[in-house]
Design a protein. Structure first.
Length: 289
């Protein structure tokens, strides 16, 4: 089982030191939240049943690829994930270039988490139609994949249209860096199965994960794709709980062994000493179609 941490659960002043320490201690990855802009008037939530947004409009937001590139230069082995990147808000040229740059300078340590977004006001502020975001995301993913894989790319679609172009360098991963699809609805499961390497659920309970994993496996089989879709889920830091999660098919747990940011570094060290050696070798159950 892979063990990572979500930087969004820490105060930003600790992100650099926590990442360095996580790299030293043997954590597999750190994951960074992402938004492009936060409108003052917010509505909705990514969490089922919540009436209010989980973030204030003045929450500190950083450019993920600039920040993760900075972290990559100070670490040796830890991977960097986006949790999750709003791919539909940018042109695929911008997305593909940013991901490739981080992938190359980090030596292939990118886990590209993407989503269709929940914040309608963010799309409206940028001048894009929130109602068509699903189709836009699907098209953007397809264009990025062609840019990462093909020597010459030409595209004429609903949202993006361009003549033949070349895109170099290619990512170190072939044909592209791992894509982790965030979300819980049918479209997210479809994307995870048909174009994804991983799935990041937000509203599934732990007990609902096995059935959803089987659904993804079935959709993947129907699409003629081989391999397994890796599930990344936040959770506790108890060894028995983590073993249970691995037995349910969760391949990566984003743990939070601290109670508050002020004791995060010491808590990460205690977890690395007492739990990490016993869980990283625990096998993960592979869901079947």
């Amino acid at each position: 089982m892979k063990i990572g941490i979500s930087l969004g659960t820490l105060h930003p002043s600790l992100w650099v030191e926590a990442t360095r320490e996580a790299d030293r201690l043997g954590y597999e990855s750190v994951w960074m939240p992402e938004h492009l802009v936060i409108p003052v008037t917010l509505a909705g939530s990514p969490h089922a049943g919540d009436e209010h947004p989980p973030i204030p409009a003045n929450v500190p937001v950083f450019d993920v690829f600039s920040y993760l590139g900075f972290l990559a230069g100070q670490t040796a082995q830890i991977h960097f994930g986006t949790q999750v990147y709003n791919i539909g808000l940018r042109h695929p040229f911008v997305v593909a270039r940013a991901v490739t740059t981080l992938d190359v300078i980090s030596g292939g340590r990118v886990e590209f988490g993407i989503g269709a977004s929940w914040l309608a006001a963010e799309w409206e502020a940028i001048g894009l139609d929130f109602g068509t975001r699903g189709r836009r995301v699907d098209e953007a993913i397809g264009v990025c994949q062609k840019l990462w894989r093909d020597e010459v790319v030409e595209h004429h679609g609903e949202f993006f249209d361009f003549p033949p172009v070349m895109f170099e360098p290619k990512p170190t991963h072939a044909p592209w860096p791992p894509l982790h699809i965030g979300g819980d609805g049918p479209a997210a499961l479809r994307r995870a199965a048909t174009v994804g390497d991983g799935w990041i659920p937000m509203n599934h309970t732990l007990e609902e994960i096995p059935a959803a994993a089987q659904r993804i496996a079935q959709l993947q089989s129907d699409a003629g794709r081989a391999g397994n879709v890796e599930i990344t889920l936040g959770g506790g830091a108890d060894l028995d709980d983590l073993r249970r999660r691995a037995d349910m098919g969760i391949g990566r747990a984003l743990v939070k062994p601290w109670r508050s940011s002020k004791d995060a570094l010491e808590s990460m060290r205690r977890f690395a000493d007492g739990v990490l050696p016993h869980i990283v070798e625990h096998p993960v159950t592979t869901p079947s179609a």
